[in-house]
Design a binder for this molecule. Structure first.
Ligand SMILES: NC(=O)c1ccc[n+]([C@@H]2O[C@H](COP(=O)([O-])OP(=O)(O)OC[C@H]3O[C@@H](n4cnc5c(N)ncnc54)[C@H](OP(=O)(O)O)[C@@H]3O)[C@@H](O)[C@H]2O)c1
Length: 236
């Protein structure tokens, strides 16, 4: 893995091709449960700063912040959103209407969410497949660039399955989104924390990796994940 930006002398920084991919960023997490805490651990290990938040308040996140160390702090969702170079929304789908809108304007937002009607309640537009869960978040955040990612990997595997770039059999994670620069930023982050990337295309294609599709869950290489997502069929 490439060292974080602060390890590179300034004069070398400008001259190093592709080094912009390994700058230290602030990752702002809205949700710090199973997935949020694991993405925070991976981000800190890759040299990033993280701001974690949940619904109950920063005082309930002190143990996790202490575990993550000096590059992490706990805050409110609005503060995490405002601090984020790259934001992550990783809360139950039924809570997405509470995600702060204005502080995320112009920001790339990773959406890890999945639709489980038994947990989230029925959403007609998801049941009739006229939209997808990530498009709902994008509609809530019209000024942000939503990229669907991390929705198909079990939380423990975010750290357990990570491998350096170029490793044989490296696991791949998918991305879907409508903004090329946002997808490039998310792809660089995913690579940094240990995974290959498969681009599914626009956000509307995110259904190819939703629950009950072949790519949802198993450890797959990029070729295998591409095959699985190509083979996905809509429920209806
Ligand atoms: N678990 C997995 O392996 C996995 C894998 C892939 C994708 N996902 C998806 O990722 C999302 C998160 O899953 P999870 O397993 O991490 O859930 P989780 O363990 O239940 O954690 C949810 C987090 O969201 C926070 N939260 C809830 N409502 C919020 C709100 N209105 N504002 C800010 N934070 C809020 C919770 O904080 P409080 O505790 O303070 O309410 C908690 O930190 C879900 O959509 C899930 O389907 C999960």
């Amino acid at each position: 893995m490439v060292p974080p930006r602060q390890a590179i002398p300034e004069e070398e920084y400008a001259a190093t091709p592709g080094v912009e991919d390994c700058m230290t960023h602030t990752i702002g997490l809205i949700g710090a449960g199973h997935i949020g805490s694991q993405i925070a651990r991976a981000a800190v290990a890759a040299g990033h700063d993280v701001v974690i938040s949940n619904s109950r308040g920063p005082e309930t996140l002190q143990d996790l912040a202490a575990e993550l160390g000096p590059s992490a702090r706990a805050a409110t969702p609005a503060e995490a959103a405002a601090a984020a170079d790259l934001a992550v929304v990783t809360i139950p789908l039924k809570a997405i209407d509470s995600v702060p809108v204005e502080p995320l304007a112009g920001t790339t937002v990773i959406d890890t969410n999945n639709y489980y009607p038994q947990r989230d309640g029925h959403v007609d537009s998801l049941d009739d497949e006229s939209t997808t869960s990530s498009e709902l978040l994008q509609a809530h955040l019209p000024g942000s660039h939503v990229v669907k990612a991390f929705n198909h990997i079990g939380s423990a595997h975010i750290t357990e399955h990570a491998q350096p770039t170029g490793s044989a059999g490296r696991r791949a994670l998918s991305i879907a989104g409508d903004d090329a620069a946002a997808k490039a930023a998310v792809a660089a982050f995913i690579d940094e924390i240990g995974f290959d990337v498969v681009d599914l295309g626009p956000l509307a294609e995110g259904w190819r990796i939703q629950p009950d599709t072949p790519g949802y869950g198993p450890r797959l290489t990029s070729a295998e994940l591409r095959e699985a997502t190509d083979a996905a069929r809509r429920r209806g």
